[in-house]
Design a protein around this ligand. Structure first.
Ligand SMILES: [Zn+2]
Length: 243
């Protein structure tokens, strides 16, 4: 049994300063960042990874960023187009609890949300420099869902061929997914790797509060034979399905 991965485009963060994504490299350049949910299927199970940002209005008001999120980026509609009923979906994995990965929480009434314990503890009470990305002072929107979270600690086999591993750096309890396809193993990197460039040139993806941890994680991942699927790189959409 192997998995297929379908990236669902939940919007675009437009015209972001590149230096914030590639750790001071590319000053004066701007990039568009795709936001994704990832639909994983193995013929029996259906699992969703990450939930994108909430709305254009929310992104502008709380984060002062331009988010292009039109009806074509609607999570419920995209799931439906792939034969998945959002009301019935039971299994979601969150790579981490930053605002642009949890916007769809209220849209999945039957789901449990798998998250790392370190990430939850950190996200509930982050240090001041991380208040904004966890929306600490503006409602911490993941808190109402805490009873539906499945909390794990470190490496965790979710199903045959699908394993969560801790990949700290971008956030302390960030997790990525090892996903076995037909002939290759994919790493759904989440924001540990925002763009291909972060991996190819070994440049921490921004923001990376713990650069040392990021490099330790890199050394571990470099030992693996995986195909990297970065968390915000629009080139991922060149293929409809990865299997
Ligand atoms: Zn993030």
């Amino acid at each position: 049994m192997s998995w297929s991965i379908t990236p669902l485009n939940l919007g675009w963060l437009r015209h972001r300063p590149k230096e914030a994504i590639t750790f001071q490299h590319g000053k004066g350049e701007f990039v568009d960042l795709a936001c994704f949910a990832w639909l994983l299927r193995d013929g029996e199970r259906t699992i969703l990874v990450d939930l994108g940002p909430e709305s254009t209005e929310h992104a502008a008001r709380v984060h002062k960023v331009a988010l292009e999120k039109t009806p074509e980026h609607d999570l419920v509609d995209l799931l439906s187009a792939h034969g998945v009923d959002a009301n019935a979906l039971t299994d979601v994995i969150l790579t981490h609890l930053h605002w642009d990965h949890i916007g769809g929480l209220p849209l999945l009434p039957a789901a449990t949300f798998l998250v790392q314990d370190i990430e939850l503890r950190y996200g509930v009470y982050p240090p001041a420099f991380d208040h904004r990305v966890y929306e600490f002072t503006t409602g911490a929107p993941f808190l109402p869902f805490i009873r539906r979270m499945k909390i794990v600690s470190g490496r965790h086999e979710i199903a045959p061929g699908l394993t969560a591993i801790l990949t700290p750096g971008h956030s302390p309890g960030h997790q990525s997914l090892l996903v076995e396809g037909k002939d290759v193993t994919y790493l759904l990197a989440g924001d540990y790797i925002d763009l291909d460039e972060n991996w190819d040139k070994r440049i921490p993806s921004g923001p990376t509060p713990d650069v040392e941890a990021w490099h330790r994680t890199y050394d571990e991942l470099a030992k693996l034979n995986v195909v990297m699927l970065p968390g915000h790189d629009g080139r991922v959409l060149e293929r409809e399905v990865y299997d």
